[in-house]
Design a protein around this ligand. Structure first.
Ligand SMILES: C[S@@+](CC[C@H](N)C(=O)[O-])C[C@H]1O[C@@H](n2cnc3c(N)ncnc32)[C@H](O)[C@@H]1O
Length: 267
């Protein structure tokens, strides 16, 4: 089918092109070291977020079931899910993120990326906001599927990243940042892989927050080190960050939406 119709895209190759174009512009945002520095502010922005994902999982939760959370981040899903399940395996390559995962007696944390992780299969596998930087998305998804007995869930944004990373990069470089893969790209790729998923739409309020200027600069100066211009950086911060009374800085308060593709893997 791929290649015979000029209107038909090879979605696997399309995904790889998106990731590689972005990576060619700036690869530091993919590094676990970036996530180490971003862990605290990411957790501050997302730990209290009510996005409806846990409610979506409800019909599949049971005290005798197990789950793998791929790219568990600071554990905003893994920890509450451990309270509802027999066992949770959280796979997370960033030490900074792992340090923030609330400990649970029935949770194993694997310190690696999914590509190299050796996790025993589980009933449920979830992967939320992780695939954006995976060039070989097909292989990543095939491993998710091979590791799940009952259900796979993949969550990705419909739109683009809503942090200062892209606008700050554009400010320093004077050129548009290549886009990330988004949920629509995932949907097409899943169809190409022969996966007929159900889809849920999550709408939620999102924002980014840093406790002070130093925390903001510690997050964004290092990945932009080779192009960072202090005057431009300060001007961008003055124009785009809201300074709260307690000294914290807030960016991008708005409604966001994500899609969740979920399906029963073949036996
Ligand atoms: C945007 S955060 C999402 C964290 C969590 N799933 C959530 O929704 O709160 C992305 C996470 O994926 C992790 N990550 C990046 N590449 C990964 C990979 N190849 N395998 C597993 N996790 C990865 C990062 O370290 C980071 O913690």
């Amino acid at each position: 089918m791929v290649g015979s119709d000029p209107l038909f895209e090879d979605w696997e190759a399309h995904w790889r092109r998106l990731v590689e174009a972005r990576e060619a512009q700036a690869s530091a945002f993919r590094d676990p070291a970036y996530w180490d520095r971003r862990a605290r502010s990411f957790n501050a922005a997302t730990s209290g977020r009510k996005d409806g994902f846990l409610e979506l999982l409800e019909p599949w939760l049971a005290p005798d079931r197990t789950l793998i959370d791929v790219g568990a981040g600071a554990g905003r899903y893994a920890a509450p899910l451990a309270d509802r399940l027999d066992w949770v395996t959280a796979v997370e390559p960033s030490q900074g993120m792992r340090d923030l995962i609330p400990p649970r007696e029935n949770m194993t944390v694997i310190a690696s990326g999914w590509e190299l992780a050796e996790a025993a299969p589980a009933d449920l596998v979830i992967c939320c906001h992780v695939l954006y930087g995976a060039a070989d998305a097909r292989r990543f998804i095939e491993k998710l599927e091979a590791s799940a007995r009952h259900r796979v869930f993949i969550q990705l944004r419909f739109g683009q990243l809503r942090t200062p990373a892209d606008p700050l990069w554009e400010e320093m470089m004077g050129t548009p940042r290549a886009r990330q893969p988004a949920f629509g790209d995932l949907w097409n790729l899943l169809l190409q892989m022969g996966i007929q998923a159900d889809v849920a739409v999550l709408r939620y309020q999102s924002f980014q927050v840093w406790k002070d200027e130093q925390e903001f600069l510690d997050e964004y100066r290092p990945p932009l080190a080779s192009v960072w211009d202090e005057a431009k950086g300060r001007a961008w911060m003055d124009a785009n960050l809201v300074r709260e009374a307690d000294g914290s800085l807030v960016f991008g308060r708005a409604e966001s939406s994500s899609g969740v593709a979920h399906w029963q893997p073949p036996a």
